[in-house]
Write a protein that binds this ligand. Structure first.
Ligand SMILES: [Cu+2]
Length: 218
């Protein structure tokens, strides 16, 4: 009876433990997939920096005017993925409205415009006052965001990749450099010793050097 009660308690505790650990495990991945905000700078050089940005669905892009000059962030209506709604600074419903409505939708110095992209695909956009000088950009929305090789996640991927790269890649040349140095130092030392031995051999054999000849004859 006593023992059975203990077993029941133990089993109950175990069930509770595994239940709580399951909950913990389920909570784990949530922050990893939480939406991110990516910044694109609009400069006096009249560019979007970066010109092409790759993000994950649900991520937000925030455009900020870092120079003195104002810009717009205006979607090309024919460069929207299927099912995506029109977007532009100034909250216009169409590209025509955005073009004719400017300077409404202007993002002045220090101001920002943000848009959250939920649908995957490519979004082309432009700056109304500077479109003629090719102030255009692109937002690429794909599952997982930027691949390890390029884009926003590249900062992380390149960062860690760079770290690993400089670890193995950096270590090898360094190691080789030291090896080559030691190699040449070894050869030079060997030649030095060999030359000394040859000199000593001749000195001992003939008991003279080019400089000892004169005093010997005396
Ligand atoms: Cu512009």
């Amino acid at each position: 009876m006593h023992r059975r009660h203990f077993l029941q308690c133990a089993t109950g505790s175990l069930a509770l433990l595994s239940a709580s650990s399951t909950v913990t495990a389920a909570e784990g991945p949530v922050p990893a997939t939480s939406p991110q905000t990516h910044v694109v700078e609009m400069t006096d050089g009249m560019i979007y920096d970066p010109e092409v940005i790759t993000i994950a669905p649900g991520d937000t892009v925030e455009w900020i005017t870092v120079g003195q000059m104002g810009h717009s962030v205006t979607a090309y209506e024919d460069e929207l993925p299927e099912g995506a709604s029109y977007w532009a600074s100034g909250e216009f419903d169409s590209e025509d409205d955005a073009r004719s409505g400017y300077p409404e939708g202007n993002v002045a110095k220090g101001e920002t415009y943000s848009y959250t992209f939920d649908i995957e695909g490519e979004y082309g956009y432009f700056c109304v006052p500077h479109e003629t000088i090719q102030m255009v950009g692109k937002v690429m929305v794909q599952e997982g965001g930027a691949p390890a090789k390029s884009g926003g996640a590249s900062a992380t991927a390149m960062g860690s990749g760079h770290g690993e790269g400089s670890h193995s890649g950096g270590e090898d040349p360094e190691h080789m450099g030291v090896a080559f140095q030691a190699h040449w130092v070894g050869i030079a030392t060997f030649l030095g010793i060999f030359a000394s031995l040859v000199f000593t051999f001749f000195f001992l054999k003939y008991n003279e050097t080019p400089h000892s000849g004169y005093p010997k004859q005396k």
